[in-house]
Write a protein of this length. Structure first.
Length: 380
């Protein structure tokens, strides 16, 4: 019987990763077996490894992935949105939902499903067949409730592995555009005349940059303490960059953003660091009547103090949270990738480091240290 390698996390702690060999399963009638091409390391993997996100152990992580169809269950003819699917096609997956909980039945927000599941963040212990529920492995087993998307032709593995981060970014941008739903006259909401400030130029921040560029935004300010990330953001298309190591106080950065925006502040501010001080700073950078989207705090990293009068009421702003993503956001991500490539945005360059699966624990630690200039990926 053919076997494949997968990385198991037995329990929280970097010392509890273990590389194992498993029999390669045949897909059930409505399932898919995929061969992994590449998988990105995410901050969520750090949180799970550190025990900050409760998970049923043992588990197999790795959710920012791309691969090729190795085998299709006999009932699988198309991907989630109806595109014909065959062995050898490039694919990725989005968040799956149960279809039965209150959120699934009463809202379009499948990202709030009480039993949400996705490749690499599986709701049950991975201690029995088919084992391969994460992409830190050679294979991925895709259950019927997981939306599978065929990736259009013409993309490199480095571009395809950015599908999930761009999926997250698509959700963020959709939330930002929600400000336009209350627009009653010209100049309200979000439009291409405006300035976007993104706190955090990691892989997610840069994916938001790419998404904003595709949507026509030109005046984009990237803020990050790693100069190599800012240099990469400029290559992608950022108009301005701010390094907190050089502009060291929040007050100085607020002043600089106002100088770049005619004295008013950024129209749209997106917080993508997951650091409480950045949450506070976002309120200082957004203009009166502007829009703020908070997406960086996927886990509880502590409290932040804001002033209800100065930061909310006096500014009359729109504030949105953004949690995970939906299958519709992945559909958008596919379109964003196609458009970005046509525009010549080199988003594959967000990938900056590559390693083998057995080096994954060290790469997760490297991601946690925030020293990489871009996305770290592992491959079989």
């Amino acid at each position: 019987m053919q076997k494949g390698v997968g990385l198991i996390l037995k329990k929280a702690g970097f010392e509890n990763y273990e590389l194992r060999e498993f029999p390669v399963p045949e897909p059930a009638d409505d399932a898919i077996l995929a061969k992994v091409l590449m998988c990105g390391i995410c901050g969520t993997d750090v949180h799970i490894t550190r025990g900050r996100l409760p998970m049923p152990f043992p588990t197999m992580l790795g959710h920012e992935w791309c691969g090729t169809v190795a085998a299709l269950g006999k009932n699988v003819k198309t991907d989630f949105i109806g595109k014909p699917l065959k062995v050898g096609d490039n694919i990725t997956t989005a968040v799956g939902s149960c279809g039965k909980c209150w959120f699934c039945r009463n809202t379009p927000r499948s990202n709030l499903c009480e039993k949400m599941a996705l490749v690499g963040i599986w709701p049950e212990p991975v201690d029995k067949p088919p084992w391969f529920y994460g992409a830190y492995s050679e294979y991925v087993y895709i259950e019927p409730n997981i939306p599978t998307f065929k990736i259009p032709d013409g993309f490199t593995p480095e571009e395809m592995v950015m599908a999930e981060p761009i999926d997250v970014a698509a959700r963020v941008w959709t939330r930002a555009l929600a400000a336009s739903t209350c627009a009653s006259f010209v100049g309200e909401g979000v439009n291409v005349t405006q300035t976007v400030a993104i706190l955090g130029s990691g892989p997610i921040g840069m994916s938001i940059l790419v998404t904003a560029l595709v949507h026509g935004m030109g005046n984009i300010i990237m803020i990050d303490p790693i100069q190599e990330r800012l240099d990469k953001a400029k290559v992608l298309g950022a108009a301005y960059t701010i390094n907190p190591k050089e502009v060291s106080t929040m007050e100085e950065r607020e002043k600089l953003v106002k100088e770049l925006t005619g004295g008013i502040g950024a129209d749209v501010v997106i917080e993508a660091t997951g650091e409480p001080p950045a949450f506070v700073e976002a309120f200082r950078l957004v203009r009166r009547g502007g829009t703020f989207v908070e997406m960086g705090h996927f886990t509880d990293t502590g409290d932040a103090t804001v002033n209800p009068h100065r930061d909310f009421v006096h500014k009359d702003i729109q504030v949105f949270g953004s949690w995970a993503h939906t299958s519709y956001d992945m559909k958008m991500a596919m379109a964003i990738m196609v458009r970005a490539k046509a525009m010549g945005i080199p988003f594959g360059k967000i990938v900056s480091e590559k390693a083998k699966i057995d080096q994954t624990p060290k790469m997760v630690e490297r991601h946690e240290a925030r020293v990489s200039p871009g996305k770290i990926v592992v491959a079989p």
